[in-house]
Design a binder for this molecule. Structure first.
Ligand SMILES: [Zn+2]
Length: 409
């Protein structure tokens, strides 16, 4: 069943271009994100949230006090920017009201197809209402579907006799460029006594995420001995070749292209070199903290081996931790997951946990004292022209979040 209000909202939100930009140093990274932020702040007031505001950084906050004197305060968070991997300007949505299971043509000229043989999840969406792109932009379900779900939930709660806890609503800019929490108002959450939140920024409605990577970056510098190649015998040490030797000492199968699910990786992201100097830059990722530490040790062992072999400091390793898996912290309050599971079951969904192969804003918030797992929105194929929203699934999420909030009353 399609929630018409949710659908209308979603179509309105994707008419705003809110692409964030890695190149910018301002908060928000692009001024245009504030246009949607302003609109959302107005809308919150319109549906009856008396305490709401947009701050100078383009974050929108709303607070709805409990209607039953609940002591709990729950945060609901979504991001208002879209990825910089594809344009989000002039999105022309196509609405498929009753998906028949066939191939969807997004754009005849570009020959772009949403084919269930390629995107298998479509096979489970027959009979649903889908919103796709016209192949020239992304859609913006990531994460405007999350915003539409949150506002629809709150409006429905205000117009029902369901008892609910205190609720903080937050829409953040710049999530896609990894800065979604850079100017987060932790004080507002503290003031309202909120230490539990959920982001609505996932895909399938039954999937809960609470595990992300432990992450580090590693710069390896190589110092060579440059001598004229004509008289180099037994003297020259070519920094670029030592760099290649270094990479050869690392595990061969721990690459992003060869791993999935809980398998970690070392990923070479940059390489420069001459005879006298060379540099390799890696990122190191693993869900398991112990294996993560061992991965880092391997970099140091490779360094020690080469320095010993060449008899001087031929290479230096500089490792910096970036972020950690929120799992350990979430597991201290397992009821946060259990209640989400129960809310899914109540709405005839089979809960499933999937690890995130990246970092999340929820992870950063969790380490700042607001435990924040992630829930689905009904969106698929994020960050490109194949992105689409299953409106039926997004509508179910409205009911799931309402069920969830009821449990915290
Ligand atoms: Zn997102």
């Amino acid at each position: 069943m399609v929630n018409q209000k949710l659908k209308e909202r979603f179509l309105k939100y994707i008419s705003f271009d809110t692409q964030s930009s890695e190149e910018s140093n301002t908060i928000p990274s692009t001024e245009k994100q504030k246009d949607l932020a302003k609109y959302l702040n107005e809308e919150l007031k319109l549906i009856g949230i008396n305490e709401s505001f947009m701050d100078e950084y383009g974050y929108v906050y709303g607070y709805l006090p409990s209607n039953c004197n609940s002591k709990n305060t729950i945060g609901l968070i979504a991001h208002l920017d879209t990825s910089d991997e594809a344009s989000g300007k002039n999105v022309k949505p196509q609405i498929i009201t009753n998906y028949n299971g066939g191939v969807i043509s997004l754009n005849k000229k570009l020959n772009l197809l949403l084919d269930p043989n390629e995107f298998e999840y479509l096979n489970s969406q027959i009979g649903h209402e889908l919103i796709t792109t016209d192949g020239t932009t992304l859609l913006g379900a990531d994460d405007k579907a999350g915003i539409a779900i949150i506002i629809t939930v709150v409006e429905e709660l205000l117009n029902s006799d369901i008892e609910y806890p205190n609720i903080i609503i937050t829409f953040t800019p710049d999530e896609e460029i990894g800065r979604g929490t850079d100017a987060f108002n932790y004080n507002f959450y503290k003031e309202k006594g909120c230490s539990i939140a959920y982001t609505l920024d996932g895909g399938e409605p039954n999937v809960i995420n609470y595990e992300n990577f432990n992450a580090a970056s590693c710069v390896v510098k190589f110092n060579g001995k440059s001598i004229h190649p004509g008289s180099a015998k037994n003297k020259m040490i070519n920094a670029s070749l030592v760099a290649m030797e270094f990479n050869d000492l690392l595990p061969k199968n721990m690459l992003p292209s060869l791993t999935e699910n809980y398998e970690g990786f070392n990923h070479l992201v940059d390489i420069t070199g001459s005879v006298s100097n060379a540099q390799l830059v890696y990122i190191i990722r693993n869900h398991d903290l112990e294996i993560f530490e061992k991965q880092k040790q391997l970099f140091n062992k490779a360094k020690e081996y080469l320095n010993c072999k060449y008899g001087y400091t031929a290479c230096e390793v500089i490792i910096k931790d970036s972020y950690f898996n929120m799992k350990e912290i979430v597991m201290k309050k397992p009821e946060i997951l259990k209640l989400a599971e129960n809310a899914l079951v109540e709405n005839n969904l089979v809960p499933k946990y999937e690890p995130i192969r990246g970092g999340t804003d929820g992870a950063r918030l969790t380490f700042e004292g607001i435990i924040t797992p992630n829930l689905g929105t009904g969106g698929q194929n994020y960050h490109g022209p194949f992105e689409y929203l299953d409106v039926d699934e997004a509508s179910i999420m409205v009911n799931v979040v309402k069920s969830l909030l009821k449990k915290y009353k």
